[in-house]
Design a protein around this ligand. Structure first.
Ligand SMILES: *Cc1c(COP(=O)(O)O)cnc(C)c1O
Length: 420
């Protein structure tokens, strides 16, 4: 029986882990709070060590699109566990999961299962480089693609130079081949292609950005990225670690009607277990070992436990055709409540962010004009009223199928009474 409270566990955690956490945003430093220690979660609720109940709009940062502890997923995992947690060998679940993914995301003609979104993106970029024989990649300011060395970069060095690492411990050389463009700014992309055209292996983008807060693509932006990458023979990679199986069954590529060469999936595809995927056009994926010379491997890749959760969640999503309309309806309801309260909100489907700035947010520069102190205020107000949301201005609120109308109406009511 746990008798410690969140604060006590946190003090203990500080002795063992940097900042007491295993992923930095959880430390809640941006909002001047300390972390809650979660005991359990069910449906749209999570419960902390102090016995408090919250309506959860984090959903583990996306995976829990059907809510927490969905019975069919738990059952599938339990059954799988009885046959062993990992074999480090082929099993039929891998094939079943690959089939379901390809059925819904047909551009992933061939794919690989890995263990995290970071790994999926890192591997996709390597395959794109191997296939094209080129080194440079383009990413957008404010888009997050995991914490691999070459992708941890920010702006500040001008658009036409190699990027500066965003983290200590990343040698400058590792990001020399990473070029930065501005989201929703076609000219910034055109400039890079005109300057570096033949050296650019890939352009990677969150088709709907959700790691600078939610920033949907402008009309035509993704189609533009499709055509310019084609023109220069560069690989277009959609990082759908958040948007995959969230904006629609076919992800952002189906939602916006633009087909990339390669796709990365994570979060939802593992049903709450560590599982991610990269894949794309057959001739690109055939460059990966053992068929080709691009090396990539993993001891626990495709392990039956995670795969069973993935199959279960995707089966449920496939068999519940109304889930995306319902998520959109709930998203629309929350959006209207935020607007009524005078707040600036971006939304795409079941992804929302309230920005504490008066200007429209279409890129990272706009997002950075937000008043993060006001955000912290708002965050604490919600939390103190039983609403658990992401403790950072630059993250999304996630809705799940388990969010009840009652809980959404309660949330709208709390938002309505918020005084800026
Ligand atoms: C979360 C995320 C990643 C990284 O996934 P991890 O499983 O945390 O390594 C990569 N890309 C995007 C768009 C993400 O949201």
């Amino acid at each position: 029986m746990n008798t410690k409270r969140s604060d006590e566990w946190y003090q203990k955690a500080l002795e063992f882990m940097p900042g007491g956490v295993n992923s930095p945003v959880r430390a809640c430093r941006n909002v001047g709070r300390t972390p809650l220690f979660i005991e359990r979660a069910l449906g749209d609720k999570i419960y902390d060590a102090d016995g408090n109940e919250y309506i959860d709009y984090v959903c583990s940062w996306g995976p829990d699109i059907l809510g927490h502890a969905r019975a069919e997923i738990i059952e599938a995992v339990k059954q799988s566990c009885d046959s062993g947690l990992t074999f480090g060998a082929c099993h039929r679940g891998e094939v079943e999961l690959a089939q379901i993914i390809k059925r819904n995301v047909p551009s992933m003609e061939m794919l690989r299962l890995v263990n995290s979104g970071t790994e999926a993106v890192m591997s996709a970029v390597r395959a794109a480089r191997g296939y094209t024989g080129r080194d440079k990649i383009i990413k957008f300011e404010g888009c997050y693609h995991g914490h691999s060395d070459g992708l941890l970069v920010k702006a500040g060095s001008g658009l036409l130079t190699g990027a500066i690492p965003d983290s200590a411990g990343v040698p400058k050389g590792y990001t020399d081949n990473t070029l930065l463009a501005e989201y929703n700014n076609e000219q910034s992309v055109r400039d890079l292609f005109e300057h570096y055209g033949d050296d650019i292996a890939a352009l990677i983008v969150e088709p709907c950005a959700a790691n600078m807060g939610v920033v949907p693509p402008k009309e035509g932006f993704l189609a533009f990225l499709r055509s310019i990458t084609e023109q220069y023979g560069a690989i277009l990679i959609f990082d759908e670690v958040i948007t995959g199986f969230r904006l629609s069954l076919g992800g952002a590529q189906q939602y916006y009607g633009v087909t990339p060469d390669m796709t990365t999936l994570g979060k939802i595809v593992g049903g709450g277990m560590p599982l991610a995927v990269y894949g794309g056009r057959k001739e690109i994926m055939e460059c990966v070992a053992p068929l080709g010379s691009v090396y990539q491997a993993g001891t626990l890749s495709g392990n039956p436990t995670a795969v069973s959760a993935g199959i279960a969640v995707l089966n449920l999503l496939e068999n519940n055709a109304s889930v995306y309309d319902e998520l959109d309806r709930k998203g629309r309801r929350l959006e209207s409540a935020f607007r009524l309260a005078g707040l600036n909100v971006n939304r795409e489907g079941s992804l929302l962010t309230v920005f504490f700035t008066d200007q429209p947010v279409e890129n990272y520069r706009d997002a950075k004009t937000s008043d993060t102190k006001q955000f912290a205020d708002f965050y604490s107000y919600l939390l103190d009223n039983g609403i658990y949301s992401a403790p950072s201005q630059f993250e999304a609120m996630f809705l799940s199928d388990a969010h009840s109308d009652e809980d959404i109406e309660y949330t709208c009511d709390i938002v309505h009474r918020y005084k800026k």
